[in-house]
Design a protein around this ligand. Structure first.
Ligand SMILES: [Zn+2]
Length: 158
């Protein structure tokens, strides 16, 4: 039997389909009561304005049911707030592979200028510019590479 943790972690983000909610850092905890078998999943929403959380909740319940965990509750916690720093290394690699520039780690103490942040996922060039603050979803901005002139989505840093 697939564990509740594995089942919940396998759920894919409905907006960025290449990455799981575990890799995205949305999945905070999966607890299973050893007596009753009841599963409690805790998630933290990403960007406000992303209407994906209802879909994610439904997908988690479905994945748990398929794995045999029929008694499940999905809780949402807002504190601490989700940050793009919670995206795992493997998640970042998958974003690049899908042509989405991952958000840069939030600079500490403001040392790193934000203009260094976005690299072209096609050729790796840092010579990029923002075309539009809004890409294919509210979470993404549309950027273009000045080296290879390819447009790409950039997941906004939070
Ligand atoms: Zn490029």
């Amino acid at each position: 039997m697939v564990s509740a943790r594995e089942a919940a972690a396998s759920v894919v983000d409905p907006e960025i389909r290449v990455i799981t909610i575990d890799e995205l850092g949305i999945l905070r905890a999966v607890e299973e009561d050893s007596t009753t078998g009841r599963v409690t999943v805790t998630i933290t929403p990403t960007y406000t304005g992303c209407p994906a959380m209802d879909v994610i909740r439904t997908d988690i319940r479905r994945a748990l049911a398929v794995a045999g965990h029929l008694d499940a509750e999905v809780r949402t916690v807002y504190s601490p707030p989700w940050s793009t720093d919670w995206i795992s290394e493997s998640g970042r690699a998958k974003l690049v592979a899908a042509g989405i520039a991952p958000p840069a780690p939030v600079p500490t103490a403001g040392v790193v200028p934000l203009t260094l942040a976005v690299r072209c996922p096609q050729c790796g060039s840092p010579e990029t510019e923002q075309v539009s603050r809004f890409g294919s979803t509210a979470c993404k901005a549309l950027w273009r590479c000045r080296s290879c002139s390819e447009p790409f989505d950039h997941l906004k840093a939070l």
